[in-house]
Design a protein around this ligand. Sequence first.
Ligand code: KIV
Length: 262
Amino acid sequence: MQSKVTLTTLNRMKKKGEKIVALTAYDYPFAKMVDESGVHIILVGDSLGMVVQGESSTLPVTMDEMIYHTKIVSKATRIAMVVGDMPFMSYQAGIKDAVSNAGRFLKEAGATAVKLEGGAAVSETIKAISEAGIPVQGHIGLTPQSVHKMGGYKVQRDEDRLMADALEVESAGAFSVVLEGIPSAIAKKITDALTIPTIGIGAGPHCDGQILVLHDLLGLNEGHVAKFVKQYATLSDNARKGIKQYVNEVQTGKFPAKKHCY
Ligand code: KIV
């Protein structure tokens, strides 16, 4: 049986050039499928605000909601490392709050690590959480919690700033960093410069690993699909088909049939 993914596993994979596969999950049945499919890191992303709660950004997501979903995902996960995403304003207002909120993901929700957005500006926070014994994954580039400051969900191209952020996040003690929405060539330079694994989303093929939002990958999101997304399934279409057939069969008396009756 495959053994539990740890920080050591991820470091070893970077050294050997083996790609790390990460994916989000938010509930028990999908987390179980994701875990059993060989994914190394399951991120309980605050993207759940958009793909599960129907919000137009990740900003409204609360700590209690993140703990609820992370707990469910942890319960379903045997092998992958579960990372809880720190929601907007759970770490920005002060280091003390940040450490105690990060602690909740491990203490109450069974996560192994937390992720938070930002580079140099949050390096002291990363350091404090990490010194409390909580592994931290950084997240730089297009950081959705700063959507208003960025003026929208825009690809980030300031190479010097991105490199400085990545190096600060690493020296603050992060075990890995997500690179989101940055040109491939910059992601390659950052990946080569860091000793910790980089996990890319919209950051090209040279990162040490890749992450996608589960609902994007499965075609559960209707509407706009970002350029960096590859849809591997079309679950929305299948789900609609099944639900419509149920509606039709109830209305026409085809369901329940004899075999469904006691
Ligand atoms: O919230 C999330 O799902 C994320 C990933 C897209 C990296 O932060």
